[in-house]
Design a protein around this ligand. Structure first.
Ligand SMILES: Nc1ncnc2c1ncn2[C@@H]1O[C@H](COP(=O)(O)OP(=O)(O)O)[C@@H](O)[C@H]1O
Ligand SMILES: CC(=O)N[C@@H](CCC(=O)OP(=O)(O)O)C(=O)O
Length: 305
């Protein structure tokens, strides 16, 4: 039984489910396990989805379970709120343009320390504690993520290019280190940091890294865990399915903003490049990964081209 009182009720409910029902639920997973055997699943673990200890443990157990039933999960983690907390402690305030952090030299140092140190170490530890063998990588390791400096095109006026400092635009992914780890039975956990030809470090939005990696590896699935039910319309209603046409309209009328902008464009790019299924799901739901991958329940928003 977990210590968190918020989930005590959930466990009490589970305890009342009949054995037959439990067996039925487990059996529902079989066709999904068969379908995704050996397939690459890229999981974007957003910083907003990793703030609760119990949910973190659920996440780690889900990733290990997926690996043990024969899938190849790869975790790309964020950590935006954790970077914000570190900046606040130092008397600085995080600034974002269209969901991208304005990253000066000092901020870059903090981004590297928080993502590559604190956040990644925690996720690797949790997965290992849950029985997996996770290995943390930065996009700098093994030349994994090559970038050039990004100039961000303004969403309303294409003639404006925002200089947002040390933020990288991905030019190439060299997945050899990731595939070597997967082939060795490990679960790669990747932080969104890249380097350019001058060996300079760059901050990259984690949604962008997850999308680019899923494309490069021809992943079967890209699942993005965030802190909201999925993509919502102007009235706050969940949009269960989106494609190019509907997304363009939602961007144009301002329904999508902030952190949802890089998320949705990365999701759409991945779907267009042949990633079979792309989902934005609610990371606040315990075992949301198992629900999305191993059951018939549809959760969150599915994005297709
Ligand atoms: N139309 C929308 N539907 C859902 N969320 C939206 C929408 N527009 C903006 N958002 C914001 O995007 C946020 C998710 O992006 P972000 O904060 O970057 O999360 P993460 O850390 O998971 O990447 C939501 O919490 C919400 O505030
Ligand atoms: C350029 C840029 O915006 N980088 C992000 C990297 C972390 C991230 O993407 O974290 P979430 O997934 O939790 O939002 C940042 O500095 O916040």
């Amino acid at each position: 039984m977990p210590h968190n009182p918020d989930v005590k009720e959930l466990y009490e409910q589970i305890a009342t489910i009949s054995p037959n029902l439990k067996a039925g639920i487990l059996a529902e997973a079989l066709p999904h396990i068969r379908r995704f055997q050996g397939k690459t699943i890229v999981i974007k673990y957003g910083g907003n989805a990793m703030t609760d200890k119990y949910l973190q443990e659920c996440f780690a157990r889900d990733v290990v379970l997926l690996k043990l039933v024969g899938m190849q999960p790869i975790v790309v983690h964020g950590g935006g709120p954790q970077i914000d907390n570190a900046l606040t402690r130092l008397g600085k305030k995080g600034e974002f343009i269209q969901g991208m952090r304005v990253t000066d030299k000092d901020t870059m140092g903090i981004v590297e320390a928080v993502l590559g140190g604190q956040v990644q170490g925690e996720i690797v530890g949790l997965i290992n504690h849950a029985g997996g063998a996770a290995v943390g990588l930065s996009g700098r390791d093994g030349h994994l993520i090559q970038v050039k400096k990004m100039f961000l095109q303004d969403i309303k006026d294409a003639s404006i290019q925002h200089d947002i400092g040390q933020v990288g635009e991905v030019t190439k992914i060299n997945p050899a280190a990731v595939t070597a780890l997967i082939n060795g039975g490990f679960i790669p956990v990747i932080s969104p940091i890249g380097s350019d030809e001058q060996n300079q470090s760059y901050n990259i939005n984690a949604d962008v890294v997850a999308g680019e990696l899923a494309r490069t590896l021809n992943a079967e699935k890209l699942v993005m865990l965030t802190n909201i039910k999925g993509v919502l319309d102007k009235d706050g209603t969940l949009l269960t399915h989106l494609n190019t046409g509907t997304i363009d309209a939602l961007v144009a009328d301002g329904t999508l903003s902030g952190g949802m902008l890089p998320k949705i464009s990365s999701a759409l790019d991945a779907a267009k490049s042949g990633v079979n299924s792309v989902h934005i799901i609610d990371g606040r739901v315990p075992h949301c990964l198992l629900l999305e991958i191993l059951t018939d329940a549809g959760v969150g928003t599915m994005i297709s081209n």
